[in-house]
Ligand binder design. Structure first.
Ligand code: LMR
Length: 337
């Protein structure tokens, strides 16, 4: 029962200090730092998890006392489906959703989901840094969101709870968890499978209990979420990409003091470089860890197998060509060497 009194006394004392402070010239008062909440859905030991921590370190070093960055991993603060709204409402300042999760805001970014569009992550990188790729960062300004950069995770692999996973026929009739993307829905329908949109935080349990039979993801996500413990086979399909756009509230960003905005932009550029360098290394490390754990079989595919997947999935491109834009698809294809 003593606590309320202590709290009240503290409030009164603080109010007194505040009153004194208000009487002093403005420049003499200590400014409290701008709190920047960075929320994401993956574990810390992943490319995005590491990128967010690097951003915090750099931003606080470049802007000492001016900003405080709080990082919330693993959907602790907001999960899929809620995080974009939270940015718009100002409940969080930075998020880095997978590029598959933007189709409510723009159809253009769906280009990244087209199966077998990019040969590898280097091609994805070249496209992101092209004029067309950079333009996408500001393509949601009219919806109140602005992109500060692209972060890599890597190429997607397919996994199921079945022994055989080499040809498209092996997934006919199976249920797959997908991210909230109409392109990914069409991709699994083209395979004759049943896609189900689901938040990332729910996937492990859905795989474990058999609500779904399989999923698609990068090695680092398959490892850090322990999907390999509840799947029998992971096929090295590399059929698509999971990368991120770091986004913020366009109004909040614009209203920041110019020196703070500049410092944050620099911190973001450097954190981007760090995360992107690390991504391939972490995926390779986690692929090895999955092999060593010996729980799920890692299925290598022949050229002929990969071509069969490609042929079955590629008709999806035509379906989304009008929404995405033929020019944008061509620009992405040009990034393959
Ligand atoms: C997923 O939802 O499967 C992933 O894209 C999550 C992430 O952010 O990597």
């Amino acid at each position: 029962m003593k606590r309320p009194n202590r709290i009240r006394r503290h409030v009164l004392l603080t109010a007194g200090v505040m009153a004194g402070a208000l009487a002093m010239p403005f420049a003499a008062t200590a400014q409290s730092p701008i709190v920047i909440k960075f929320s994401h859905v993956v574990a810390e030991n992943t490319p995005k998890g590491q990128g967010a921590l690097k951003f915090k370190e750099l931003a606080e070093k470049k802007l000492p006392g001016k900003v405080q960055v709080q990082v919330f991993p693993s959907s602790q603060l907001f999960g899929d489906g809620k995080e974009m709204e939270a940015v718009l409402l100002g409940d969080v300042q930075l998020i880095a959703p997978s590029l598959s999760k933007f189709d409510r805001y723009t159809k253009k970014i769906q280009v990244f989901d087209l199966p077998f569009l990019f040969d590898d992550i280097d091609a994805v990188n070249r496209f992101q840094l092209s004029k067309e790729g950079l333009d996408l960062l500001t393509s949601m300004k009219n919806r109140g969101l602005v992109g500060l950069g692209y972060w890599h995770n890597g190429m997607k692999q397919l996994s199921t709870n079945k022994d055989k996973l080499t040809r498209p026929d092996d997934v006919k009739g199976l249920k797959f968890r997908i991210q909230a993307s109409d392109v990914l829905e069409a991709q699994f329908r083209a395979l004759g499978a049943n896609p189900q949109k689901m938040s990332f935080s729910e996937v492990y349990q859905a795989l474990q209990t058999g609500v779904v039979d399989g999923q698609e993801n990068t090695w680092s996500n398959i490892y850090s979420q322990k999907f390999y413990e509840v799947q029998k086979t992971i096929a090295q399909t590399n059929h698509g990409v999971i990368d991120y756009m770091v986004i913020t509230n366009a109004g909040w960003w614009k209203k920041l003091p110019a020196d703070v905005r500049k410092g944050l932009a620099q911190a973001m550029d450097e954190a981007t470089e760090h995360a992107n360098k690390l991504a391939e290394e972490l995926n390779e490390r986690d692929r090895k860890r999955i092999l060593e754990a010996g729980k799920a079989k890692v299925q290598e595919l022949s050229k002929d197998d990969v071509n069969a997947w490609r042929k079955t999935m590629e008709p999806v491109w035509k379906k989304f060509e009008a929404d995405i834009g033929k020019d944008l698809i061509q620009a992405a294809l040009k990034a393959n060497k």
